[in-house]
Design a protein around this ligand. Sequence first.
Ligand code: MG
Ligand code: MG
Length: 254
Amino acid sequence: MNILIKSVDDIERMERAGHVVAVCHKRVKAAIAPGVTTQDLDDIVRDTIAEHGATSNFLGHHGFTGNICASVNEEIVHGIPGPRRLADGDIIAVDIGAIVDGFHGDSAWTYPVGAISEPHQRLLADTEAALYEGLKQATAGNRLGDIGHAIETFASARGYGIVQEYGGHGIGREMWEEPHIPNHGDPGRGLRLKAGMTLAIEPMLTTGGEETEVLSDEWTVVSSDGSWSAHFEHTVAITDGEPLILTRRLHSMV
Ligand code: MG
Ligand code: MG
């Protein structure tokens, strides 16, 4: 496995890419409302990325036509933005990536549209919390399995389906670098983490089962049982202490 350790300069470049992604999320969050289309959100991100002199890392990737992935309700990841209008009570996972100076940032967040049901409020809060449970283990000296195990333990205790077929990844000069980071695992097993590794950690949970299917558009991944799904992701750099969250929201964005 070719795990790249980034220099401080490279991590600073990734921080700049991460900042562009964070600004995109701030604007997307402010725009989400019933009646807004997923294409409207894509347009906001396209313009924001251009304004910062950055590039979208999703657009054109294996022919993907969006600047974002917009995955609504039972859609888990890789939803294609388009004419669909968001409705009151929907949830939408927006995955955004930007490239600055050849380095990538990648962060997904799931937002409520209008008023959402109590179980879906819990799904969003718990999936975000599962991300932070994983991040607590993302420190030099720990192993990859510690991250997955923390996410899995937190999510299973609350009865969620943990999507197995997709997960986190190394990131840097490419959006997907080694290693793959499953959202489940055995503590103390797997690759040992080192300072300077840069990883995207991204739990995807459902209110039902873990089985997934890809729709006929060949992109959109949905839950097989139709249960709704949430996805939260940060790009981080491993340090000897807490990970540096490169896609962190500034205080004013929270
Ligand atoms: Mg992503
Ligand atoms: Mg990712």
